[in-house]
Design a protein around this ligand. Structure first.
Ligand SMILES: N[C@@H](CCC(=O)N[C@@H](CS)C(=O)NCC(=O)O)C(=O)O
Length: 213
């Protein structure tokens, strides 16, 4: 196989961040669209946890964490300088992503699927997630992107999750007092880079023709 192989799921925020980095780096991959309720055996065979995204390089090198896929891509080519070299900014980038992928993602899931977590009303889960929105709003009031004047790894890794949070109830999100966060999200979503990674593909099945991404 000449190209790395990406198992992806269009709406998954982890897969979106991986596709953004692959696309900006110019690395071409073959794409297999996964339906989470019907994961292909080939995905399970290469990654026991079988989450998406998974990138398989040279048939054998399996990268099954989205942040690691971003780093893999950007280390090969980082034309927009998303990788953060300054030590303080790198530490802040890591801290933000760790919180995003941990506590915030948990609040997001509880908010989005509140009917599955009936021990608290949806508003409680939403308010728990909202504290991260406030933190990001304070940062974006100081600089146009999370770490500095231009988008970096932090923005691209976190934006898909804020998009998902906003999409749970767009009207609510738009009415909240987060003007900088709302503008930041809108700006990143309207970039051709983002729209270029959101094409729809049908579920991959063994034997399907190769899809280039
Ligand atoms: N830490 C992983 C998380 C990936 C993840 O949880 N992806 C979700 C889709 S949004 C998934 O595959 N869920 C299916 C499952 O957990 O079985 C990463 O960063 O790649």
């Amino acid at each position: 196989m000449r190209y790395p192989l990406l198992y992806s799921f269009r709406r998954c925020p982890y897969a979106i961040r991986a596709r953004l980095a692959l696309r900006v780096s110019g690395i071409q991959v073959t794409l297999r669209e996964v339906v989470l309720a019907d994961k292909p055996a080939a995905l399970r065979a290469c990654s026991a946890k079988a989450t998406v995204p998974v990138l398989v390089v040279n048939h054998q090198h399996v990268i099954d964490e989205s942040v690691a896929i971003m780093v893999f891509a950007l280390k090969q080519n980082d034309p927009q300088e998303w990788l953060v070299t300054d030590a303080d900014l790198a530490a802040e980038c890591q801290r933000l992503i760790a919180y995003n992928d941990g506590e915030f993602k948990s609040h997001l899931d509880h908010y989005k699927y509140a009917d599955r977590f009936p021990n608290q009303p949806m508003e409680v889960y939403r308010a728990q997630g909202e504290s991260f929105l406030s933190e990001l709003e304070a940062k974006l009031a100081i600089s146009p992107y999370l770490l500095c004047e231009r988008p970096t790894f932090a923005d691209m890794a976190i934006m898909p999750f804020i998009r998902q949070f906003a999409n749970v109830d767009k009207e609510w999100f738009e009415q909240r007092p987060y003007p900088h966060l709302q503008a930041w999200l809108m700006e990143l979503l309207r970039q051709p880079l983002f729209t270029s990674v959101m094409d729809k593909y049908k579920q991959w099945q063994e034997g399907d023709p190769v899809i280039m991404f």
